[in-house]
Design a protein around this ligand. Structure first.
Ligand code: NAP
Length: 271
């Protein structure tokens, strides 16, 4: 793959993913951190981004307004919160800047608003940027098509205590992949958690179970259970660096692509 030197802005620079992204950029070839942003309320505005990420000073000062750095980057990597990502996308679209979006928890309306910008700029958006999870999406499609409607399908996910949305974006994407393969609509067949007199299980449903505990980076299992046998496809992330490396790879890949909406399946040529 031809790599074009890519200038990257990281927003949410003081967040768990933001700091990991800054480290991942410093370890990757052909990319450079040229801007770092945080929310206007952050006490870290003016701090050195490299120092904050624990990799030593890199001279990139954290700013509170995208317009102050809009001419300094090619691609913005955004792992923040839905409202911030929407505002950044509007600014990036106005200035023809590309975006890698890892934020999860958008409402359908917010997603539509966000995706409208694909007419103007190239966006790579994924519920999970790890290579392993994206391979799992492919395996899930294969498993669902092979096992068909003869199995009960359940999605289990576990994350750290700080995660604010549930089920995880990755779990929902796993459910979508399976539902699409079986010709089902996830919005009508999903069952989120069970309690009390639930009645017997309807085979057409796809169940979701969520755990929030400790410092779990991200566990996902999809279970295909029949009478007499069970297939489970599991991914366990032990470090945020797997997401960050994928997002940086996506940023470099976007430099070669015109406006439109892409995901990690495109970046990894898994489609
Ligand atoms: P986090 O530690 O809470 O980081 C989010 C950061 O965004 C915080 O530093 C926050 O600052 C900042 N922020 C909020 N509003 C902002 C604004 N208007 N401008 C700039 N920065 C702003 O959360 P995280 O664990 O890094 O996760 C962030 C998002 O990425 C979540 O949606 C998570 O689900 C998602 N995620 C996706 C993947 C993937 O592969 N797609 C992987 C991991 C996480 P304050 O604290 O000052 O508000």
């Amino acid at each position: 793959m031809t790599i074009i030197a890519t200038k990257i802005a990281v927003t949410g620079a003081a967040g768990r993913m933001g700091k990991t992204l800054i480290e991942a950029i410093s370890n990757a070839e052909g990319v450079e951190l040229t801007a770092a942003l945080e929310s206007a309320e952050s006490s870290l505005i003016g701090a050195d981004a490299g120092e904050l990420a624990g990799i030593g000073k890199n001279g990139v000062v954290i700013v509170d307004d995208i317009n102050k750095v809009i001419n300094d980057f090619d691609v913005m990597i955004d792992f923040t919160v839905p409202a911030a990502t929407l505002a950044n996308a509007a600014a990036c679209a106005a200035a023809s800047k590309k975006m890698v979006i890892g934020t999860t928890g958008f409402t359908e309306q917010q997603k539509d608003q966000l995706l409208a910008h694909q007419e103007k700029i190239s966006i790579c958006m994924a519920a999970n940027f790890s290579v392993g999870v994206n391979l799992c999406f492919k395996l899930l499609d294969m498993a669902a098509r092979t096992l068909g409607d003869d199995v009960d399908i359940e999605v289990y996910e576990a994350h750290h205590r700080h995660k604010v949305d549930a089920p995880s974006g990755t779990a929902l994407r796993m459910g979508e992949v399976v539902a699409d393969a079986l010709g089902r609509d996830l919005s009508t067949c999903a069952v989120y958690g069970r309690e009390g007199q639930t009645g017997a299980r309807d085979r057409e449903t796809i169940g979701f179970a969520t755990v929030r505990a400790g410092d779990i980076v991200g566990d996902h299992t999809v279970m295909f259970a029949a009478d007499g046998e069970r297939v489970e496809i599991t991914h366990k992330a032990s470090s945020r660096m797997s997401f960050a490396r994928g997002a940086v790879r996506a940023a470099a890949w976007l430099m070669l692509n015109e406006s439109g909406l892409y995901d990690m399946q495109d970046v990894l040529a898994l489609r």
